[in-house]
Design a protein around this ligand. Structure first.
Ligand code: C5P
Length: 222
């Protein structure tokens, strides 16, 4: 059963947005709520796994008190924390909506309004947390990513990400699907294995999507 496979397994999960500081009062962020990753953390915990949840700024929290929450703000902090728990993890699930870029310089003072009509902030690329862990993965570690696609060739894009990030599986959600992706409480996903096998699921609550993912992982690892 799911519990026999997952009992005592160590899991690290990233979830939520990241906030990239501009100055003491401003940041670059996104609309991720963290709900999908939090539901996965709870579902794995119910199945007996030991879960470290590396969570970006979110008002939500897991219901299972067994889930250990490590709160972070930025992508760099999230990478640091995720790497800490990945070393001893059996499974990693990368569900965070990490900011792709951060301001190159963080102003220590609030940036003043100028009388110009335009201003710009120089950005530098953040590390790819999933790819970093994927490259470090040792035999026996299982790494799952997420892909939020808007394009027609969503499956091809998701498969490309499995390869480039060295993942074992990816959870594809397409924004074109009503009720899927960011913000809401429902999601419609296709889990794609690294061998290309696709598992499409109907629209469900994020809680049920999390249960499906946990069953898929248990089935794959058994
Ligand atoms: O490349 P893309 O951002 O579409 O990939 C999405 C997957 O990669 C998700 O699993 C996300 O959590 C992860 N990711 C990450 N660090 C980044 C960007 C994406 O872990 N800087």
């Amino acid at each position: 059963s799911v519990c026999e496979v997952l009992r005592g397994k160590r899991v690290v999960i990233t979830a939520g947005p990241t906030y990239e500081e501009i100055d003491p009062v401003r940041f670059i962020g996104n609309h991720s709520t963290g709900l999908m990753g939090i539901e996965i953390a709870d579902a794995l915990s119910r199945a007996g796994a030991q879960v470290d949840l590396v969570l970006g700024p979110s008002h939500l929290k897991p219901q299972c008190s067994n889930v250990i929450v490590h709160s972070v703000k930025s992508a760099l902090e999230m990478l640091d924390e995720a790497e800490k728990y990945f070393e001893s993890a059996d499974i990693a699930i990368m569900s965070a909506a990490v900011a792709d870029y951060r301001p190159k310089l963080v102003s220590s003072e609030k940036i003043k309004r100028e009388k110009t009509t335009e201003m710009s902030i120089e950005l530098v690329a953040n590390p790819d947390i999933a790819a970093t862990l994927g490259q470090k993965k040792s035999a026996g570690q299982f790494v799952v990513g997420f892909a939020l696609e808007t394009a027609k060739n969503a499956v091809e894009e998701a498969k490309r990400k499995i390869v480039s990030k060295n993942l074992d599986a990816i959870v594809l959600n397409t924004l074109a699907d009503e009720g899927a992706g960011f913000g809401g409480t429902t999601n419609k996903v296709t889990i794609i294995e690294k061998n290309g096998v696709q598992h499409p699921y109907p629209l469900k609550s994020k809680r049920q999507v999390a249960e499906d993912l946990v069953s898929f992982i248990a089935e794959t690892l058994k």
